[in-house]
Design a protein around this ligand. Structure first.
Ligand code: EPS
Length: 383
């Protein structure tokens, strides 16, 4: 079983993640993880913090001489912002003089304060912040390294930024990922890219924020990950949970997703063919590569909708001061105009973690060699 836990606050000393269940013999380096973290900082519209935050990484356990030992892998990501926050975020007994009492609509602030009996929104927002996804991406780098041994690649691209929709129907392949990452908005359609950047500039000028839609593609996934036999083993269910756990994600769809509801059954499915290479294939990806909660062996396609960030550089949304109950506008925090390009990298991470977990569930094995051997035997057993 692959499992992971993250800890740490946005402006705390560090984020940490423990990944348990990785097989032994997996090559993992600080540089590889750092490269994935670097991809997460990309994107036009991110705030100033992303320019100076360094993501200083330490492999604390589970890796020796560049390879996993089969023991839990522990990774620390130091917050280089910490020196400015030592007093405000000090774990030692004390108190703040800067309580945040005007919760932001759309953020975790108010519900979190009510639920946990807290009077300072910072006690909630520090952990609710998407900074936490840096720890997930570090775990995802390990999952991606394992998936590479199984011939599986997970990539993403931005298909919508605010109202600007990419028109191109061409989907990037793993070989195109560098081109996607080179785009300032991680968009594969150069015409849409320009319009997206203009939209971000316009929102920035008004102190506003933008949401968007990301498409995640998983290439090389074999048939049979997930299962039809129980609700909590369905691959689409697992992926939906993982994607909706990303901060600010409000919707997820597989293949044609919500659009398939408008089609008739005769036009909504992926017809099955038998090809010369003696295997089944489908020419369309309407179901997003998942039928009956199982991977079909085709391309996995899912889309995630991210709402505009609820922290605005020009706070205009009405709220209530929790101390006085007087109407007001929310407090001001430094923020990003949009984090949609970064959320694509996080979505890849979540898909990679689910697929790696399901691959280990299906094939088993304590070393990478054993997992690959078991996978090969399974593939040989298919017609
Ligand atoms: C975030 C606000 C910004 C973002 C941050 C998430 O941070 P700050 O308030 O320190 O400027 O930069 O994202 C990250 C730190 C990150 O690593 O993604 C928020 O309110 O969630």
């Amino acid at each position: 079983m692959l499992r992971y836990l993250t800890a740490g606050e946005s402006h705390g000393k560090a984020l940490v993640v423990i990944v348990d269940g990785l097989p032994a013999g997996l090559a993992i380096t600080v540089e590889e993880i750092a490269a994935e973290l670097g991809r997460r900082r990309l994107g036009y519209g991110r705030g100033p913090r992303m320019r100076f935050e360094q993501d200083e990484l330490t492999l604390v356990g589970g890796v020796r001489h560049g390879r996993t030992l089969g023991s839990p892998v522990a990774i620390e990501i130091a917050n280089t912002e910490w020196p400015k926050w030592t007093q405000e975020m000090d774990p030692a007994p004390g108190a703040t003089e800067k309580r945040l009492t005007r919760p932001r609509p759309g953020h975790a602030d108010l519900a979190g304060m009510q639920k946990y009996g807290l009077t300072d929104a910072r006690d909630v927002l520090e952990r609710a912040s998407a900074r936490e996804t840096a720890a997930r991406v570090a775990a995802g780098a390990c999952a991606k390294a394992l998936l590479a041994h199984l011939g599986i690649s997970v990539i993403s691209h931005v298909v919508q930024m605010g109202p600007v929709v990419a028109k191109s129907v061409e989907r990037p392949t793993p070989a195109d990922l560098d081109r996607v990452d080179a785009s300032q908005v991680r968009c594969f359609d150069p015409d849409a890219e320009e319009a997206m950047i203009a939209e971000i500039k316009a929102a920035a000028k008004e102190g506003d924020s933008l949401g968007g839609v990301i498409e995640v593609l998983a290439y090389g996934v074999p048939v049979g990950l997930g299962s039809h036999v129980h609700w909590d083993r369905r691959l689409d269910g697992l992926l939906a949970q993982a994607i909706c756990s990303i901060q600010a994600v409000k919707g997820v769809g597989f293949g044609e997703g919500f659009d398939s509801a408008a089609r008739r059954g005769s036009e909504a499915h992926d017809e099955i063919h038998w090809d010369d290479e003696q295997s089944y294939h489908r020419e369309t990806t309407r179901a997003g590569g998942i039928e009956g909660g199982m991977s079909t062996g085709g391309l996995i396609v899912l889309r995630a909708a991210m709402k505009p960030l609820s922290t605005l550089n020009r706070p205009v949304l009405k709220t209530v001061d929790v101390e006085t109950k007087e109407p007001t506008v929310s407090f001001k925090e430094r923020t990003d105009v949009t984090a949609v390009p970064a959320a694509g990298v996080v979505a890849e991470t979540m898909v990679a973690l689910v697929l790696a977990g399901e691959a280990l569930h299906k094939f088993g094995g304590d070393s990478v060699a054993e997992v690959v051997r078991n996978r090969d035997a399974y593939l040989d057993s298919l017609e």
